[in-house]
Design a protein around this ligand. Sequence first.
Ligand code: S3P
Length: 178
Amino acid sequence: MELVRNVFFVGFMGAGKSTVARKVARSCGVASLDMDKYIERSCGRTIPEIFDEGGEETFRRIETDTLRELCGKDGGMLISCGGGIVKSEENRQLLRDGGVVVHLMVDADEAAARISDKSSRPLFNDIESARSLCAERRPLYEEVADFTVFTGDKDLRDISREVRRYLSQEGVICQQQG
Ligand code: S3P
């Protein structure tokens, strides 16, 4: 199969973006990329280390530069983004212009249950602040989303199938030419 455009997965921490991107990629034989992992590799530091050393501001600058770089590459990829990618208008514009955006909608309580290692998420503190951050971000995810999946208690395999069906219907994933 071939991916004709980039597909960006957005949603709150713990929504399952990386796993779903990977599963869809495997089932279609296309490439996927986890933006946070890509940032960690290119900076030689973990996300918590980047936050510790330069604060959120530094991380956001790197995140925007990375998004711009990925948008400029030819060929489609399934890209899972960090949960805060939608914070800036600049990023939202890059996402809208850069491909198809899939929002995996999750609520903070479900997300908390899914995240096993909260120490790897500097912005996931207590459940109260996660709930308000999640509520604050939801309209931003929706603003950029072409397709929203309500993840609820669905398993990640079903979510991946739903995404794959949508991408096929829209002609974003198609049979390779030639
Ligand atoms: C963040 C989410 C994280 C990571 C960073 C900031 C956020 O990614 O980019 O810790 O602001 O919501 P995940 O959504 O993959 O956990």
